[in-house]
Design a protein around this ligand. Sequence first.
Ligand code: SF4
Length: 408
Amino acid sequence: MSFFTASSSSPTADANAIALMDERERARILAKAALFSPPSATLPDGRRDLVGLSRDEITAILAEIGEKPFRTKQLWHWIYHQGVTDFARMSSIAKPLQEKLAEQFIIGRPEPAMVQTSSDETRKFLFRFRDGQEAETVYIPDRKEDRGAVCISSQVGCTLSCTFCHTGTQKLVRNLGAAEIVSQFMAARDSYSEWPSPKGETPRLLSTIVLMGMGEPLYNYENVAKAMRIIMDGEGIGLSRRRITLSTSGVVPLMDRCGDELGINLAVSLHAVRNDLRDQIVPLNRKYPIEEVLAACRRYPAASNARRITFEYIMLRDVNDSDADARELVRLISGIPAKVNLIPFNPWPGSEYRPSTRERQSRFAEIVMNAGFASPIRTPRGRDILAACGQLKTASERARAGQAVADE
Ligand code: SF4
């Protein structure tokens, strides 16, 4: 049932009813997320991974081994500012304590099971976590400057089955833990030797994060939020909230929470301007239709002319790319500080869509731009290594799918 069909006696009562429904819905989503929890951060030998723990959690486990709270600040600096993974390199900590820490803890990284670099220098990592599950991370360097975006995964697989998306054909296996989310970024930085963490306005090679990899980040909100707080911490990696963008298919109740608590940038996978079509392309639309998603965008606190909401729009030939679609898009987003990323569809084996023609893309972009919204047509990156938007799918899963086809 839509939140807006309930009849109440006053606007205040309406608002309260909506807030209550949102609260219930949030609780339902978070309870469901818990069913797909990541495995324990403790290794079979009893050592615990320090990556992914909050400062308070580190302080608490240090207290268990008789260490004072000020050690947290030291460890934080070595782990997140210096990027070390070996306690023996922590020169401000005496050797006996280094050894004691190494007996109790590790500073983990996922194993890079595969690293591929595209002809356009996009680099795709397949990271394997301790339980053998895998997820992909992609570094997309800027073509002109020494900077680039790291596209991070939030789940292994995805529940949402968006029909244009290769990842969506891989069933949800589990959520990634905060450690697994943070350490994708750290391991990507290892690959480019970007340690210690650049401070302040010092240019960064891995300069932005986009939560646009495998999975719907708002269906794993607690772990994603914890990971982003660690990444934004000024005494460690120190990446500004302005340089982090979370992309959602429109999980309305958690869009509000993300804006209030994290204040990071928001991208919304819109992809269609009519509910009947969006129901097919982004099936989550049946739960949170376009009007509700856009209302949440209008409320989003981090949205301003300086920090626009990005609407992602995949261009599917003869499906969503007409002039009328472009005009309706403009009407829907009017009044929202927004830009529209037009994404040429990247075909993948078995997909039923075709990319829009170049002329269609240009005409669509022109209509949106003439209405005052930036509307860049994104150049697909990393196509040759299946690293482009919507193409991520773990290699092991692809191999299994290939085997299933071969067995038919
Ligand atoms: S587009 Fe995102 S939310 Fe949709 S199926 Fe793909 S990974 Fe999942």
